[in-house]
Design a protein. Sequence first.
Length: 323
Amino acid sequence: MNTFSHTHTVQGQKIRAIGLTVVNCDRSLNFYTQALGFELISDMIVAGKDYSDLEGVIDAEIRIVTLRLGDEIIELMEYINIDSQPIPPDSQSNDLWFQHLAIVVSDMDRAYAHISSFPIQPISSAPQTIPADNQASGGVRAFKFKDPDGHDLELIWFPPDKGQDKWHQNTNRLFLGIDHSAIAISNTEQSLHFYRDLLGMQVDSHSLNWRATQARMDNLPGDEVQITALRPTQGGVGIELLDYILPGKGRPIPSDWKSCDIANVQIQLVVNNLELLVDKLRRNQVQLISPGVVKFTNNLFPYQQGCLVKDPDAHAILLITKS
């Protein structure tokens, strides 16, 4: 059996989960289960050198609540013994810390009515329909808002000719799963070098979104954004790069923000050869938060080893090897 290609080609195979640092796990658990239909999978407290090294936070004690929606997983992470900085209340969609989860719905009007009864902060004025002449996303309906901590979320509905096949199966569920996480970036080519060339993700589509619809969706007048969608080799949750041409780039992620701060969102990417990838990232001057590959001895953990790194704009990516 020739294993050369498997062991020597570094690939981002799939996104296992997306972690959100939260102020209070109980409050966030209530919101995500009641407002958005997530189910509780597990609730644990982690402490010790392994996890502190991984997250780059000394002596951290973290409650991790794992939730599932359809096939997708999020982890709510509350730092029990460390004060967390809040997300700036004047955050906008073009600030480089912007990162949303796109939650797919089967009926936008019903979903919008349902979440409107919860303590959300709307970003969009109402659900928006992307114009038909947008080849990549014409007919898609979307509504952006913030959760109780200020994390950015999006409800998204796909017409029959758009989106993955799984979003079009007959179901009586209103909230179906997570399609992608979208991140604001400063330079498309720079981000493609990281996600495509270094992490081995594949480009799915490109589009340019603008006009009044996008402005109402992002609450940014005169908004024009170049969107590049990527997916890991095994499909599933993707990453969208949002490169704001107008009104231009917002504020960068402050260099002193840590994993324990509320703006922290970390995409967990399963890779097939972590040691090799971390060496490659080091050679390419990628910033590591972890000291290197951290190995876990706790078999309750969903992965055996991990390394937290930053993309070119300082978004957190947790590279893991599954147990």
